[in-house]
Design a protein around this ligand. Structure first.
Ligand SMILES: [Zn+2]
Length: 270
């Protein structure tokens, strides 16, 4: 208990010194709100389920996003977020083609791997995953094959991969249109790109910040769900939301908000 309080004080001092009083206030407020969530989960009957770990409870944790707080995001048990819950359910109910092909080796290129998603891929013995990121630390904990690369100029031949997984990456890159061209180039003609970006639901158009914003996880742009698809002109794609394949009661039970959208893209063939 004493150590946890000490850690919290250290965090608050760091946030205050690095980002100012508003950011320190948000860090403090999130922790207080999550104490309330823990109490609610102890006192009330469960209404929610985490499909990633089976946890059942009344409320998911609030998420500290630096300058603002998002409710009902994190599983108190496995720490999965909304996107992990959506993908876990999607893979179970209507898996993409690359997960249904079990008679041959499937080569996947995976940007910025996340533990929750890696767990989902572990069940497929014919999948050979290559990991990549521009930062060595992002692929430090995963097994080879892996390489550090710039998504704007991938050191990979055309038509190399059966699938590409690119989740919450494009909001960090200098030019996302060039990055998407590269993903299109290295994807096999019948391959699939599994793409997700965070959406700013209150924006009618995507905003370029010009430089990484430390108050929003160093994002360089804030995507609007209304114009994001214009960036996918070189692909054919399915736009998959929670209510595309879940009934309303499940969307509520798994807490999948409208902001979570999977784009399953295929190369447009000439
Ligand atoms: Zn969980």
């Amino acid at each position: 208990m004493f150590k946890r309080i000490l850690n919290l004080i250290e965090l608050l001092i760091w946030r205050y010194r690095t980002y100012g009083v508003q950011s320190a206030y948000i860090a403090m407020k999130t922790r207080i709100l999550n104490l309330y969530v823990r109490l609610v989960n102890k006192l009330f009957l469960p209404k929610l389920t985490c499909p990633c770990c089976g946890w059942r409870g009344r409320k998911f944790y609030y998420l500290d996003c630096g300058w603002f707080i998002v409710p009902e995001v994190e599983c108190p048990s496995c720490h999965a977020h909304e996107r992990h819950r959506l993908l876990s359910l999607l893979f179970e109910r209507i898996p993409p083609k690359f997960l249904q092909t079990n008679y041959k080796e499937i080569r996947i290129l995976y940007f910025a791997p996340e533990p929750h998603f890696l767990k989902l891929l572990q069940n497929y013995s014919n999948i050979k995953t290559t990991f990549t990121d521009y930062s060595p630390s992002a692929i430090f904990n995963v097994s080879p094959p892996k390489f550090v690369a710039d998504i704007h100029a991938l050191p990979i031949a055309d038509n190399s991969f059966d699938a590409i997984i690119c989740i919450h990456v494009l909001e960090h890159v200098r030019d996302d249109r060039i990055a998407l061209q590269e993903l299109n180039r290295v994807l096999k003609p019948n391959g699939e790109l599994l793409l997700m970006v965070p959406f700013m639901m209150d924006q009618s158009e995507t905003i370029e910040y010009g430089e990484p914003r430390p108050d929003i996880f160093d994002h360089v742009r804030g995507y609007s769900p209304l114009d994001f698809k214009k960036r996918l002109l070189s692909f054919e794609f399915d736009e998959i939301k929670g209510d595309s394949f879940l009934i309303a009661e499940e969307v509520e039970r798994y807490k999948i908000p409208d902001s979570q959208i999977v784009y399953l893209c295929r190369k447009k063939l000439q």
